[in-house]
Design a protein around this ligand. Sequence first.
Ligand code: IMP
Ligand code: MG
Length: 176
Amino acid sequence: MAEYELGEVIFSQKEIEDRAAVLGAEISKDYEGKQLILVGILRGAVMWMSEVMKHITGDVEIDFMALSSYGALTKSSGVVKINMDLNCDVTGKDVLIIEDIVDSGTTLTYLKGYLEGRNPSSVKICTLLDKPTGRRTELEADYVGFECPPVFIVGFGLDVNQKYRNLPYITSVVTE
Ligand code: IMP
Ligand code: MG
C-alpha cells in the first residue's frame, strides 16, 4: 500500500469547528424563512457538512450526491461524473452545496449548472477550503471556511487515494 508523508497541521480541529459555527450562524440568518436544502458532496464533504449543520437553526433538509472528477491521482482529470444523484426534488427550494474543497472549480461549475436545471429557487456553495491558485473557471464559493495554500491537502474528509479522511484536522501531503 502506498505510504504518504504528512506535513504539519494547517487548520486544527478547533479552528475548523469555530469557523463552522461562524458560517452556520451566517447561513441561518441568510436563509431565514426559506426552504433550505443542504446537498453534501460525497465523500469529502461529510465531516464538514456535519460540523456546519449543527449550527444551522430552523428547518433544513439534507441530501447527498456523489461526483468524481479525480481518479486516484492528485491532479484533476477535468471530467465530472455523477455517481449518485439526489433523492429529493429541489424545485422551488434553496440549495446549498456543501463541498470539501474548490480547486480548479470544474466540479462545482458543472454541478451548479446541473442543479440550476432543476428549477430550485437558488443554488449556492459552502466549501471548507478554497484553493484559488488552482482555479481554471470563474467559480466563486459563497461561504468559505478557509483559503488554503497551493499544496495537496488531506484530513477532515479530504483524501489521497481514499486515505486520511478520518483525520480531525487538515494537513498536507509532502511531495518532492
Ligand atoms: P475541482 O473540480 O478541481 O475544483 O476539484 C474539486 C475536487 O477535487 C474536490 O471535491 C476534491 O475531492 C478534489 N481535490 C482538489 N484538491 C484537493 C486536495 O488538495 N486534496 C484532496 N482532494 C482535492
Ligand atoms: Mg475527493
